[in-house]
Design a protein around this ligand. Sequence first.
Ligand SMILES: C[S@@+](CC[C@H](N)C(=O)[O-])C[C@H]1O[C@@H](n2cnc3c(N)ncnc32)[C@H](O)[C@@H]1O
Length: 274
Amino acid sequence: MPVSSSDFNYIRELVLECSAIVLEEGKEYLVESRLGPIAKAEGFDTIDRLVEALRINSNNGLQSTVVEALTTNETSFFRDIHPFETLKDVVLPELLKNRNSTKELNIWCGASSSGQEPYTVAMLIQENFPILLDWKMNFIASDISEKMLDRCRSGLFSQLEVNRGLPASLLIKNFDRQGANWVIKKQFRDMIEFKYINLSRELPYLPKMDMVFMRNVLIYFDVEMKKKILKQVKSILQPDGYLFLGGAETTLNLDESYTRLGVKFSGCYRLIRG
Ligand SMILES: C[S@@+](CC[C@H](N)C(=O)[O-])C[C@H]1O[C@@H](n2cnc3c(N)ncnc32)[C@H](O)[C@@H]1O
């Protein structure tokens, strides 16, 4: 289903306003491939008709469906591996020491998509630092997509998804078969609170975080929005806490209060203490 240039512009504005995601010029194919099936499912012959309905009544569920459809939910278990090695070898050992008096640990995954990232962290903790399971842990995972949050809560993954990045030993140990799929054990699902948070808006109350994962989401925003989000993260990050970004993301030239741990520890940042 082709999209006209005025409808494309309308969708771009809508997505920007609702999620801060920037759909660049030339992304018509993305709008066509993602919104074609939605138009069909919602009973519209064309994307034009779908946009017409959005223009008439912008305050309905259709708007969120369209915005969600234009998010990119690409993720995998142990994505990029190195950040999780840093987590295991540097970050968690240090936090274990620094928080030993309070025995409290707060973690936030700010763009959890279908759940592979927060569940990777949860499995890594159980595997390497089981003592933390006796601590008071606030583990929050959030996303703008309710569809993705439902997936996270279900803990259900396809064979293809568990084949991507998840060691076979962890699959056997931590998942049960459910038909053609795999479901992660309840103890992991119970460890994490999944909730809707739109990063482009003011953050809701969150406890001071020891670790924030904000990976592979800043890339979709413009510079001002990246700055705003990094500033918000700073306000809820413990002075000795850690921020994880995606491989193509940085704080450089956006927020000078952060410093990268070192070339070896790509993707891991902390606040400069002054
Ligand atoms: C590419 S995935 C990244 C998943 C995971 N963090 C990783 O690195 O594998 C990006 C996620 O960001 C979410 N997202 C996009 N815009 C958002 C916003 N304004 N607020 C919260 N989440 C958003 C999308 O729904 C999507 O699930």
